[in-house]
Design a protein around this ligand. Structure first.
Ligand code: TMP
Length: 210
């Protein structure tokens, strides 16, 4: 009998170092003998990647918040169906850069879509797939935005939403983590990547009894 893989998500504001930590945790878990799939949202499947482009590029006012809620969850539904659920069912551990908590933070807390509505649509899109562990990387907003803006790419639609918006995002993730302490752990992302990775690894080992 194949044992279902564990589903680990990373969350946090812009430039907190999620993708670096996804990579470093993936290496450690592979060394520990697990099959690992690293993926991200919005994206992680061809259909979701098409939707990603609609969301992360272009003018800030391109979409109303409710439209974004549906677009992110259309991408999520495709990603879960095509990528995440089959991997977990095959016993692969999935590490995902952002998941439903990002929708709660960005479209709910920061863009004022009713939080119950966000929770309901998120659950609908995710189906039976829900994180076993969520690492929230926490960093002062100015530091994160400086890192994010140093990256030369055109995927900066959310980065351009202003400092007040991003302060709301940081507070939102901390509040979400406080409300789900069994699933979520907050890690200080201010140190060097290796130091942060040590804290992440301690958290993963403790929480998932590795
Ligand atoms: P990334 O820069 O981490 O790849 O994510 C793309 C952007 O999409 C990021 O600014 C956060 C935003 N986002 C949402 O607004 N809602 C969501 O549900 C997700 C997954 C991401």
């Amino acid at each position: 009998m194949v044992v279902r893989g564990q589903f680990i998500t990373f969350e946090g504001g812009e430039g907190v170092g999620k993708s670096t930590q996804v990579g470093l945790l993936g290496e450690r878990l592979r060394d520990a003998g697990h099959e690992i799939l690293a993926t991200r949202e919005p994206g992680g499947s061809p259909g979701a990647l098409d939707i990603r482009r609609l969301l992360v590029e272009g003018p800030v006012d391109r979409w109303a918040p409710l439209s974004e809620l549906f677009l992110h969850n259309a991408a999520r539904h495709n990603h879960v169906q095509k990528t995440v659920a089959p991997a977990l069912a095959a016993g692969t551990w999935v590490i995902c850069d952002r998941f439903a908590d990002s929708t709660m933070a960005y479209q709910g807390y920061a863009q004022d879509v009713d939080l119950e509505t966000v929770a309901q649509i998120n659950r609908w899109a995710a189906g039976a797939v829900w994180p076993d562990l969520t690492i929230v990387l926490d960093l002062p907003v100015a530091d994160g935005l400086a890192r994010a803006q140093a990256r030369p790419d055109s995927e900066d639609r959310y980065e351009r939403m202003g400092a007040v918006f991003h302060e709301r995002i940081r507070a939102a993730f901390l509040d979400i983590a406080k409300g789900a302490p069994t699933r979520c752990a907050v890690v200080d992302a201010a140190g060097a990547p290796d130091q942060v990775a040590e804290q992440v690894w301690d958290t993963v080992r403790t929480r998932l009894s590795i």
